[in-house]
Design a protein around this ligand. Sequence first.
Ligand SMILES: [Zn+2]
Length: 275
Amino acid sequence: MTKFDYELFAIRYATRDARRGAHFIGGDPHDGPMPMDYFVWVAKGGGRTFVIDTGFNAEVSEKRKRTFLRCPVEALAALGIDANAVEDVILTHLHYDHVGNFDRFPKARFHLQERELAYATGRYMHYPRLSHSFEVEDVCGIVRLNYAGRVMFYNGDAELAPGLTVHAVGGHSAGLQFVRVKTRRGFVVLASDVTHFYENMASSRPFTTALHIGEMLEGFDRLLELAPDEGHIVPGHDPLVMKLYPAPALNSKVLRCAWTYRHPALRRADYSSHH
Ligand SMILES: [Zn+2]
């Protein structure tokens, strides 16, 4: 392990039942159950800790009828990370499930694409279809943090630390960015909502929450461009992440095998045979 290798953790903090048809633009011909998980992530390396997204809290979970499994901030504590001391939070975008709890990080700088805050405070929020994905109190909170000098804005790709970069994509939300970190097994691309599930990318069918479908399709390409292969991409909401990455060891063989199969039923069968 060299100085700038990172350890990357996914913390699953909530879940919900859903149908396949809800996750693909145009629906799905084989509608069936397809639950969705909610994560925050942590990249630790080079003596620094980057928290990537901050989840939502119990109150918002209840309002939106999600199943709240654990408070993301308390889960960080279980990993030995004190939110009060965290200095860097990367926000992939400002949707409610990625930016709640921002107020629990009193010392942090927040790394965000400038276009995302412009979008979340701009004219399109007139439409419930688009504003529905945001909590207005979160957005106002980020505006206040900016006035306090605590938001670092990017326009496009940027290196935040050696071996850790952010990459602007847009599409799902105007200023969506993903994160690439160097790990012991090479670069891992944390996609966040550039692809909610492995299957969105594998089948070139974007998720239903969409601002710009062309940018979403290009986003899939960018993930593949910046990852050594598909097995190094971590989607934003896929329950498979918890199965493919058992703590703490990474098993790229299983991930690759799982990826080979395009039919979800086969994929599940293949996965279980490796367990
Ligand atoms: Zn999301």
